[in-house]
Design a protein around this ligand. Structure first.
Ligand SMILES: *Cc1c(COP(=O)(O)O)cnc(C)c1O
Length: 331
């Protein structure tokens, strides 16, 4: 596997830090907690989609596209970052937003909606929850083509084999850092949504025969569905990168107990987790992904899943701009 062969744009500089969370570790009294700060990646507001977009946008440019077209939920971080990459590359950008909660898109909402306006999209199409998003994007693409544009479709969350390659690269970066810091991690905890992050990390680690267990915490789907989605993308990504090691399905482990009433819908444990990280470490999580994933991680610590003395690395995938659309939960 030689990632340097692939077209890539660079939107961040240097590896993101791995920090020891001393206060949180003492507060919870369980394993030593480390955090990989992918919330500090480049483009507007940072977060995991930046790593995926480095490969996706490079592919779009290599194919002569002049317009990025993607989709997401109404407060999508992925849409914000795709738009940000488009502005940096001077490409047009169209978004298709799925109202997973009816009537939840308000043009003048705060958080990512505010940033969509500030960064300036070239078009937003809102579709009802449950729509076939690829078909909806294809419709917009057809219209753009009829106007002489060359759109490049990025799937939801940037989660195809090209986007997931961003997290294969992240796994390589992490292994270098852990070796450099002589940090022998027992477990990695990652959010698991559209699956590109979880799949890419797994391919990156296992392609180097690195056996550190990876736990995915679901923010949407049930365990079985999510493990299936992650494994499918692992196979596609491994094929794309000519990874020779066979990656066993047992490498994929998802916990689905922390989704609550549904995707993007608040839970009490989520608000507790966000307050805990803010007040003990000055780190902002987000209400849709990392807040729920941290809530799951805290629950695993409290229920004795990890032993004292173990070292656990939490992947912070960003998302804090969405917090500003959820301020009422914290008053
Ligand atoms: C998209 C997103 C995730 C989930 O990553 P996937 O690759 O879609 O599984 C996690 N955290 C944040 C902040 C995100 O925006």
């Amino acid at each position: 596997m030689n990632l340097a062969k692939l077209p890539r744009r660079k939107y961040s500089y240097g590896p993101t830090p791995i920090e020891y969370l001393k206060n949180l570790t003492e507060h919870l009294g369980g394993p030593e907690i480390y955090i990989k700060r992918d919330d500090l990646l480049g483009l507007t507001g940072g977060g995991n989609k930046t790593r995926k977009l480095e490969f996706l946008v490079a592919d779009a440019l290599a194919k002569g596209a002049d317009t990025l077209l993607t989709c997401g939920a109404v407060q999508s971080n992925h849409c914000r970052l795709t738009l940000s990459a488009a502005r940096k590359e001077q490409l047009d950008c169209h978004l298709v937003l799925e109202e997973r909660v009816p009537n939840s898109y308000h043009r003048n909402s705060n958080g990512n909606n505010f940033l969509f306006n500030l960064l300036g999209t070239d078009g937003i199409t809102v579709v009802p929850g449950g729509s076939n998003m690829l078909e909806e994007m294809e419709k917009v693409a057809e219209k753009l083509r009829s106007e002489g544009k060359k759109p490049y479709i990025i799937p939801g969350g940037g989660s195809n084999e090209i986007g997931a390659t961003g997290y294969v690269a992240c796994a390589q970066e992490m292994m270098m850092q852990l070796f450099d810091q002589s940090l022998d991690i027992d477990c990695i905890v990652t959010p698991s949504g559209s699956a590109g992050t979880h799949a890419g990390l797994t391919v990156g680690m296992r392609a180097s025969n690195n056996p550190i267990p990876i736990i995915g915490i679901s923010v949407n789907k049930d365990k079985e569905t999510q493990e299936g989605n992650v494994y499918k993308l692992i196979q596609k990504t491994a094929d794309f990168l000519n990874v020779e090691n066979a990656i066993d399905k047992s490498a994929v482990n998802v916990y689905d107990d922390y989704v609550g009433p549904g995707y993007s819908l608040p839970t009490e444990k989520m608000t507790e987790a966000i307050e805990m990280l803010a007040q003990h470490e000055g780190i902002l999580l987000d209400p849709v992904y990392t807040g729920k994933v941290m809530a799951g991680f805290i629950d695993l610590v409290r229920t004795g899943y990890f032993s004292k003395g173990q070292k656990v690395l939490f992947l912070h995938t960003g998302g804090s701009p969405a917090l500003y659309d959820y301020t009422s939960l914290f008053q």
